[in-house]
Design a protein around this ligand. Structure first.
Ligand SMILES: C[S@@+](CC[C@H](N)C(=O)[O-])C[C@H]1O[C@@H](n2cnc3c(N)ncnc32)[C@H](O)[C@@H]1O
Length: 248
């Protein structure tokens, strides 16, 4: 996984825009709106890649503290070059953060890559504060069988073409339809969230159900529940250890 994403990292931003015909940015803006972040939000951008969600959050909320976490150092290097201030290497299934640390966890096209979806969802729920939210944008299989076939073929041909043009290796990007074939549907993922400690689960499809946006609130008190509107846990990622240090 790390080696594959290390290979595609330098071309990743281009490929994301090309595959989505530029719609990816709009979907991520909708995702940010759905998150309805409180004041001074502490945000985890999980499977951050080059840090799109971190940058969007920082641009929209000047007092926000987004932290980008990804398995691939090459992606994080690019994220830092793009201006992401806090970035750490980490695995979605073993996050180096205390319980209830974050107001919101964004996951952009990360779910299909995690070794265990259920374990990653449990970990995300653990590090989200009660009343906080999880927002995920990802590929899913369209419910309609014909559309599903067309969508997989489209992704395969696009992947094959760009893999050949950009890397001379046609199979570099065909991991997208490959990982999708055995993945859950939009509704199944909604159910998994509902069974994993989230009590308000919502989903919206784009591209005829080929892309799904989920937003879900962790069971607990209302959002922004702290008396002064601040988050309950703050912290920083140290440059040396890249581990999260809670501070009072
Ligand atoms: C398709 S990219 C998504 C990048 C970005 N979030 C976006 O919205 O464009 C998927 C990212 O997931 C990361 N990844 C894969 N497995 C992971 C894991 N177990 N834990 C954390 N990140 C992981 C990869 O390194 C890669 O950067």
């Amino acid at each position: 996984m790390r080696a594959m994403f290390g290979t595609i990292a330098p071309r990743y931003d281009f490929i994301t825009r090309a595959f989505s015909y530029g719609m990816d940015r709009g979907w991520k803006r909708v995702a940010l709106k759905r998150a309805q972040l409180p004041g001074k939000p502490l945000v985890l951008d999980l499977a951050s890649g080059t840090g799109d969600f971190s940058l969007l959050v920082a641009a929209q909320y000047r007092d926000a503290r987004p932290i980008a976490v990804d398995l691939t150092e090459g992606m994080l290097r690019l994220a830092r070059e793009r201006g992401v201030e806090r970035a750490a290497c980490g695995d979605a299934c073993h996050l180096p953060f205390p319980d209830g640390a974050f107001d919101c966890v964004f996951i952009g096209y990360g779910l299909r890559n995690f070794p265990s979806l259920a374990a990653a969802v449990r970990e995300v729920e653990r590090v989200t504060r009660p009343g906080g939210v999880m927002v995920s944008l990802d590929f899913f299989l369209p419910a309609n069988r014909v559309l599903r076939r067309l969508f997989l073929s489209y992704l395969y041909i696009q992947g094959f073409f760009w893999g050949y043009v950009l890397h001379g290796r046609p199979r570099v990007y065909t991991y997208i339809p490959d990982s999708l074939r055995s993945f859950v549907s939009i509704d199944e993922f909604s159910r998994l969230l509902g069974d994993s400690g989230y009590d308000r689960v919502n989903a919206r499809g784009f591209l005829l159900g080929g892309i799904g946006l989920h937003w879900a609130a962790k069971a607990g008190p209302n959002r922004g529940a702290t008396a002064d509107g601040s988050v309950s846990v703050t912290g920083r990622v140290t440059a040396e250890t890249q581990t999260f240090q809670p501070v009072a």
